[in-house]
Design a binder for this molecule. Structure first.
Ligand code: ARG
Length: 460
């Protein structure tokens, strides 16, 4: 069987099932690029400090490049007995360049190595995810501009509440995504610290220069405590928490699209390209994509809980438990990257059914608050106005007519303060246009929000 790098103190071979059970190479080989990058930086630092010769360092750096190429060409054979990506690459390096390969692990442990690899990997993924969020925001801003004056009912309790503009609604999602980007960027500051040099747990006896390796790898600085450096997975949990909140947003947004695209609402039409049919019901067009996006939030939430649980009882410093941190992280990243892409594509192909939205906004007395505000402007106290309009709504319900369809006489029956001009404020356009302040739903304000967003996206 394969000679293990740590075999020295063992008398018996590893149980074959245990070998497979403890191995992580099946999934952590995904980190090969970061593992090589980290090893090359470590070798350069060792050479600069006189711990390795320059020729040894050159052989290591070049040998690792060749191994990287082999991996990328699918010509590398991964070995389960060699456990993980780290020992696989190190063994291949020694096979490739001979003795110099055996010097690479000087002053290093797989404990600081793996923590470094994950941080390098996650840093890149956070940037990719942030870019994907930006792309979705861009689509929403375009949609908001196109539909700045489109009116639909806004809801509370899923009951028609007040008219709002579709553009305003899209910009609400833009704001949520903006906070998601901020959270990811904040998490990135704590991801971008370098464990390398912590070695197994206590640091190392060689005269290493951690600032130099950190600089080579683009880390902000080396982690300040060796015990913490090898055992900290807060950065992974923070990322997962930000990812869970982002997934919650995508799920909520999806829920709305599912409701809006139902025949009963009919506010929007999702492009056929993002829906599927039924194997039995010929008429069906199902919103599979938003449904799946809603469903996928569940796995991201689950991974966050898995990582918290993974860490909650680990004494310092490294424990093998930590090998379980990778699959949840990988799955979160894959889920989000796929989800954000399909979401942006789907929103770019969405169409609004203006007439359906308008009809719905005209039902349910959505301008009742406007009538109360009107009475206040005529000198009525708001509480009295609320009562008066409530009685007018009750009459409308009884007669099956909306407020704007009641006659002036009928309305005046509730308050002599009501005049002919009331009908202007009872229109949908009047209602949204009147909410013309920073953060309000007026088409003007939507255009202003769109302009601010475009500027922010361009500056980013
Ligand atoms: N495969 C291991 C992990 O993912 C690498 C570190 C192993 N360290 C050790 N002392 N066994 O965490």
């Amino acid at each position: 069987s394969t000679q293990k790098p740590w075999a020295g103190r063992f008398n018996e071979p590893t149980d074959v099932f245990v070998e497979a059970f403890t191995a992580s190479v099946g999934f952590d080989r995904r980190l090969y690029r970061q593992d090589i990058q980290g090893s090359q930086a470590h070798a350069r630092m060792l050479a600069r400090q006189g711990i390795l010769s320059d020729s040894e360092c050159d052989a290591i750096v070049a040998g690792l490049e060749r191994i990287k190429t082999r991996i990328e060409q699918n010509k590398f054979s991964w070995s389960v007995p060699l456990e993980d990506v780290h020992m696989n690459i190190e063994a291949a390096l020694t096979a490739e360049i001979g003795d110099a390969g055996k010097r690479l692990h000087t002053g290093r442990s797989r404990n600081d190595q793996v923590a470094t690899d994950i941080r390098l990997w996650l840093r890149e993924e956070v940037d990719e995810i942030s870019r994907a969020i930006r792309r979705l925001q861009q689509v929403l801003v375009d949609l908001a501009e196109r539909e700045a004056a489109t009116i639909l009912p806004g809801f509370t309790h899923l009951q028609a509440a007040q008219p709002v503009t579709f553009g305003h609604h899209m910009m609400a999602w833009y704001e949520m995504l903006e906070r998601d980007v901020e959270r990811l960027r904040d998490a990135r500051r704590r991801i971008n610290l370098m464990p390398l040099g912590a070695a197994a747990l206590a640091g190392t006896t060689y005269p290493i220069d951690r600032d130099y390796s950190a600089r080579l790898l683009g880390f902000d600085r080396p982690a300040a405590n060796s015990l913490d450096a090898v055992s900290d997975r807060d950065f992974a949990i923070e990322f997962s928490a930000a990812a869970a909140i982002l997934s919650m947003h995508l799920s909520r947004f999806s829920e709305e699209l599912i409701i809006w695209s139902s025949a009963q609402f009919g506010f929007i039409t999702l492009s056929d390209a993002f829906c599927t049919g039924s194997s039995i019901m010929p008429q069906k067009k199902n919103p599979d994509v938003p449904e799946l996006l809603r469903g996928k939030s569940a796995r991201v939430f689950g991974h966050l809980i898995a990582l918290l649980t993974l860490m909650k009882a680990q004494p310092l410093a490294y424990n093998k438990d930590n090998q379980e941190d990778k699959e949840p992280l990988f799955d979160i990243v894959d889920t989000l990257r796929g989800g954000l892409k399909v979401f942006a594509d789907m929103m770019g192909a969405l169409s609004c059914n203006h007439a359906r939205m308008r009809t719905a906004a005209l039902q349910g007395f959505t301008t009742a608050t406007d009538l109360a505000d009107y009475l206040v402007r005529k000198g009525v106290a708001f509480r009295d106005a609320h009562e008066i309009v409530g009685r007018a709504v009750a009459l409308g319900v009884e007669r099956g007519r909306d407020l704007a369809d009641l006659s002036l006489e009928e309305l005046r029956g509730f308050s002599a303060a009501i005049d002919e001009d009331v009908f202007d404020i009872l229109t949908l356009e009047g209602s949204v246009a009147a909410r013309d302040h920073f953060g309000g739903t007026a088409p003007n304000q939507v255009r202003a929000a769109v302009a601010r967003a475009r500027e922010a996206l361009a500056a980013d």
